[in-house]
Design a protein around this ligand. Structure first.
Ligand SMILES: [Zn+2]
Ligand SMILES: [Zn+2]
Length: 324
């Protein structure tokens, strides 16, 4: 259940901070519309699949459509306009995993831009002035608590089912950030420039032991780094290059949340400093420079055969050779 007070970002995270939802959407974009096809593709349990489809319908990302099979009327699920607009978020997640997560470049499918007929990695641009945008080119204004999420979901190893054999389906490091409310809140705080332990403790209302544990996990993941402030004992947690590169996922998710959850409070405004406009992000092809449109990109499996020694598990889940 989403609390009515949740802000737009919290509402988006309640929905998208869940690996099953991302996988269901990924399959929907690949053309899956029917319950049994998701079940077959993902090896997902009935309880999980039914609950996730229900929340996607409730939010208006999928809509139920009747169809007749040989025996009776059934329902299938189609992406609505709101759902189709999520392609940019999913593409930004792919791009971050592809570029920044060790070992993922060889596992993930390749994104083709049909206009230039080249594989590409999208980059973020501002719709108002068309310039490329990174986290460093923006300023943020907060109007309330950011990204409070009501639910806490975990993607457990026992849930993997049929997808354990398909590393291209995982978003392991994205889920380490988006799938945990404290990790999301800490990463969001880092984008807002809040990074001292005491500040984080106060801002987020988080227990010190939980805060330490989540901070070390994000440091281990290479998203945050510890910095000693000059001449002071205080330690500051800041985003690494890898952490900063997650910005397109946040920016596109926030833009989608602003368009989708108009009845919820807006807690954050991101501005593009160069043009002064509120950031409306777009994706651009890094090869030809054109703005990417959903109909002009497609994912394709890479042709190179995978090494027979390749593990079916994502890199961070592989047992280390020395592990006992
Ligand atoms: Zn701009
Ligand atoms: Zn292109």
């Amino acid at each position: 259940m989403v609390r009515p007070a949740a802000d737009r970002i919290g509402r988006a995270l309640d929905l998208l901070g869940d690996q099953w939802v991302l996988l269901i959407l990924q399959q929907a974009f690949a053309g899956v519309r029917r319950y049994n096809d998701w079940k077959h593709a993902l090896g997902i349990s009935d309880a999980v699949l039914a609950a996730r489809l229900r929340s996607l319908v409730d939010v208006g990302v999928l809509s139920r459509q009747p169809y007749r099979d040989e025996r009776r009327m059934r329902e299938e699920y189609r992406l609505t306009g709101t759902g189709l607009a999520l392609w940019e978020v999913l593409t930004a997640i792919w791009a971050w995993e592809y570029r920044w997560v060790p070992g993922r470049t060889d596992e993930l499918p390749v994104l083709f831009h049909d206009r230039c007929e080249r594989p590409c990695v999208p980059v973020l641009a501002c719709r108002a002035c068309d310039a490329l945008v990174t986290a460093r080119d923006t300023s943020t204004e907060r109007h309330g608590r950011v990204g409070e999420v009501a639910t806490r979901r975990r993607f457990r190893r026992s849930d993997w089912g049929a997808i354990a054999d398909h590393p291209e389906l995982f978003f392991p490091e994205t889920m380490a950030i988006l799938g945990d409310r404290w990790s999301t809140a800490l990463t969001a705080a880092a984008f807002l420039g809040v990074g001292r332990f005491s500040e984080l403790e106060r801002e987020l209302g988080i227990q010190p032991s939980v805060l330490s544990q989540r901070l070390s996990a994000l440091v281990d993941q290479g998203v945050l780094e510890r910095r000693q402030e000059a001449g002071r004992r205080a330690v500051h947690y800041g985003l690494t290059e890898k952490g900063l590169a997650f910005f397109p996922v946040f920016a596109l998710m926030i833009a989608w949340a602003d368009r989708t959850f108009t009845d919820a409070p807006c807690s954050l405004t991101i501005r593009h400093r160069a043009c002064g406009e509120r950031l409306r992000p777009a994706l651009r092809c890094d090869v030809c420079g054109l703005r990417l449109e959903r109909r002009h990109v497609h994912f394709a499996r890479r042709d190179a055969p995978r090494s027979p020694a390749a593990s079916p598990l994502p890199p961070d889940r592989r047992p280390s050779p020395t592990a006992r």
